[in-house]
Ligand binder design. Structure first.
Ligand SMILES: *Cc1c(COP(=O)(O)O)cnc(C)c1O
Length: 485
């Protein structure tokens, strides 16, 4: 012990080793010339491989200098580490995943799956020029909203329509264009937060409106609105309470009554509908959602809704309603900042055309197909996948099939559930169950196509409602089971 505490003794003995080890590290050129990196270079190109080699060598030098005892690596091992670095760097940060969460329109997993017709339209718009703001007939300038204007009016019965980046943008733009520096009335029961910092009071502030809260959290009456309207009122706003339900002793003012009160004082009624289905989903056994066309027919002057929720199209915010109000909204400079690209318009147009055709909707709209999928069909898929999942989970887990309930998601119908079926993987022993569950969930996420389920009641639940490519899941489970031994 004593001689180790002599100043510098430890260092003095380590130094020559360290220097020798550092000197033994191969040069970048030597590494790039090694045959084991030839395939990596061929696939990814020299700049990426060289940078990975520099990073790898840098990391090794640092470890040697820190004296963590690492011996200089064999050339083969170094090249393998460089290849792994290159692959990590080249891997997509937007990887495809299996959504087995049971939530169909899952904001964190990209919401709606788009129709093939929309995908083809987007691909065509990406590859070539399109008449986005160009009137081919006259050779003059066009308006990009014209791409979907007619379809949206036909489908909703509106006089005018415009499209922005998402529904949050639609609400912000509508409030700013029609209500800036004035008062906007909204029921206290509808001061919604949608998540991701979309809070109605904040949106009002951002739009420069003065928020006037009407009624109480659970009950708001027609007379509350009538009393609240004053000379500075610009707009009455109604927000669909899409991600929560107020139950018990409640009262809200229906659109029809609210519209009558607003119109009697020459004020417009705008409704933030959020999810916005364009067809009655009850015909597919799904819960009923308010439709923009119904809300307009009830007297609303404007309706805002999302393109990528129940509509099953691209992310977009749709504003439909009175022609003069839509014109004012389109003139606002903020519209330019919130406008959508040709890709969104191409996808949206193709999706709306499917609705307009009223033909084979569940076949052509994948999001609708997932929502309408029957529990028996899902159970059959569970039975087919059970052996591969059981094998992948291993002997420590019991694998069984259980009925469960899927969610529509994205704030559509928070209370309603869709009958579904799941493969449930539960640890056999209570000891260390939590750790085992986390490890299994991690292994599922580490698969080449990550599998995202949910952990609930001490088990991993894989709701197969949204599983479309059973073969791909099965194949990667079997491959991983073999590889992991
Ligand atoms: C989801 C939702 C929004 C936000 O829509 P995005 O398209 O996500 O911006 C706004 N209002 C309501 C009522 C919603 O349900």
């Amino acid at each position: 012990m004593a001689n180790l505490t002599l100043p510098g003794a430890g260092e003095a003995s380590a130094k020559p080793d360290q220097t020798a080890a550092l000197a033994q590290l191969p040069s970048i050129d030597r590494l790039l010339a090694d045959a084991s990196l030839a395939a990596t270079l061929e696939q990814f190109g020299q700049p990426l491989v060289k940078r990975a080699a520099q990073d790898e060598l840098g990391a090794r030098r640092e470890r040697l200098r820190a004296g963590d005892g690492a011996v200089p690596a064999a050339l083969g091992e170094l090249c393998a580490a460089i290849d792994a670095r290159v692959r990590r760097r080249a891997a997509s940060r937007l990887p495809a995943v299996f959504n087995l969460t049971g939530t169909v329109i899952h904001t964190n997993l990209g919401r709606a799956l788009l129709p093939d017709e929309a995908i083809d339209a987007v691909a065509a718009a990406m590859r070539g020029f399109v008449a986005l703001e160009y009137d081919v007939a006259s050779g003059g300038r066009g308006d990009r909203d014209d791409v979907v204007d007619d379809l949206l009016c036909e489908l909703t019965g509106a006089e005018g329509a415009t499209v922005v980046n998402n529904c949050a943008a639609a609400v912000l733009l509508t409030l700013k264009a029609l209500g800036a520096k004035k008062e906007v009335l909204i029921s206290r029961g509808e001061l919604i937060e949608i998540g991701g910092a979309f809070r109605m009071p904040d949106i009002m502030k951002a739009a420069g409106c003065k928020l006037v809260e009407v009624g109480t959290t659970n009950r708001t009456h027609a007379r509350d609105f009538a009393d609240a309207i004053g000379p500075r009122t610009a707009l009455v706003l109604k927000a669909h309470t899409s991600n929560y339900a107020v139950t018990g002793f409640t009262a809200a003012v229906p659109e029809q009554e609210l519209a009558a009160i607003a119109h009697a004082r020459n004020i417009a009624l705008a409704v933030d509908l959020g999810s916005g289905a364009l067809i009655d989903l009850a015909q597919f056994g799904l819960p009923k959602e308010p439709l923009p066309q119904e809300v307009l027919a009830a007297g609303a002057d404007l309706v805002m809704f999302s393109g990528d929720k129940l509509l099953g199209g691209p992310q977009a915010g749709l504003i439909v309603g009175r022609r003069d109000l839509v014109a004012r909204i389109k003139k606002d400079p903020l519209k330019r900042a919130l406008r959508v690209s040709k890709l969104t318009l191409a996808a949206l147009e193709a999706t709306l055309r499917i609705y307009a055709s009223a033909f084979r909707l569940p076949e052509r709209l994948p999001t609708l197909a997932l929502l309408a999928r029957g529990a028996e069909d899902i159970r059959a898929a569970c039975e087919r996948l059970l052996p591969a999942l059981a094998q992948f989970a291993g002997a420590e887990f019991e694998a069984r099939i259980e009925a469960c309930a899927s969610q529509i998601g994205s704030g559509a119908q928070p209370v309603e559930r869709l009958p579904s079926c799941a493969v449930v993987l539960a640890p056999r022993l209570p000891k260390g169950a939590g750790r085992r569950l986390d490890a299994l969930a991690r292994r599922l996420r580490a698969l080449p196509l990550p599998v995202i389920g949910r952990v609930q009641d001490n088990a991993v639940w894989l709701d197969l409602r949204c599983l479309r490519d059973e073969g791909a899941l099965q194949a990667q489970l079997l491959r991983a089971t073999v590889e992991e031994g």
